[in-house]
Design a protein around this ligand. Sequence first.
Ligand SMILES: Nc1ncnc2c1ncn2[C@@H]1O[C@H](COP(=O)(O)OP(=O)(O)OP(=O)(O)O)[C@@H](O)[C@H]1O
Ligand SMILES: [Mg+2]
Length: 297
Amino acid sequence: MDSVTQQATISDAVSAEQRHSADGLAALAQQHKFETAGREAVFQLEDLDVAYGGLPAVGGVSMVVHEHLVTALIGPSGCGKTTILRCLNRMNDLVPSAKVGGSVLYHGEDLYGPGVDPVEVRRRIGMVFQKPNPFPKSIYDNIAFGLKVHGLTDDLDGRVENALKQAALWDEVKTRLKKSALGLSGGQQQRLCIARALAIEPDAMLMDEPASALDPISTSRIEELLHELKQSYTIVIVTHNMQQAARVADMTAFFSVEVAEDGDKRRGILVEYDRTATIFTRPSDKRTEDYVTGRFG
Ligand SMILES: Nc1ncnc2c1ncn2[C@@H]1O[C@H](COP(=O)(O)OP(=O)(O)OP(=O)(O)O)[C@@H](O)[C@H]1O
Ligand SMILES: [Mg+2]
């Protein structure tokens, strides 16, 4: 085979594979049947900007997150997904160099307005991180701790059990509640962290790559859980896994990094936000298409 033919064959094979994987993603994404009309806006981001130590990290982000949907934030490393997520429950307050501009409304109210208590915000808007971070305490106390802090102490045992059931962990831990949480597997620890967040009765859950450190079985358990949880909660999830976004997310926001002409300034921007099926089948922006088909990022 001459090298030109060989080249053509390889590129045909690559594009066939991409087409195949794009078709697969499209099929997964088509499964989400829902309407946004009539759904309450839980978060409304208006021209949101975040800078760290004066350097812009993300800018000009406007989008609406609707109730009882899973909304995914996707995009290459450094485009600002975690930064945006942290704006949604004021976790960026804990980063001294972070400065947030623009506005975030939560159920129509300014999340950064005077008189808003960030601790109460974080109770209502729970967060689960990439790496499971259970407290070095018993499984029971991991859940009971937050309940006590927030004064939710009536029927403590019942609340602990309920949270563990919601996170699909109860059956695996019910006989070892007083044992250390650090003895659980990574996937179990992550579900414990989800249970801990659910126990304090949040309204929304923010999840930053919650399954990236997990094996495929634990990952699919978390994904199944998301389908259950969205009946009761509004979920925003960051993921690098396109299959996962297609499987779990109703809506998907694609972020990218914009580089200034001098090449010095980089900041994350929201390129496109739409139904997941649209993002994976007929995105309106070439940058989205390149990313979701694996040609970039
Ligand atoms: N605490 C911080 N201090 C300074 N700069 C930060 C801080 N956190 C994030 N940044 C910067 O802000 C930009 C966006 O970072 P962010 O962590 O939000 O990206 P990301 O999309 O979540 O990336 P990844 O996919 O790698 O997790 C990056 O340029 C990053 O270096
Ligand atoms: Mg991140």
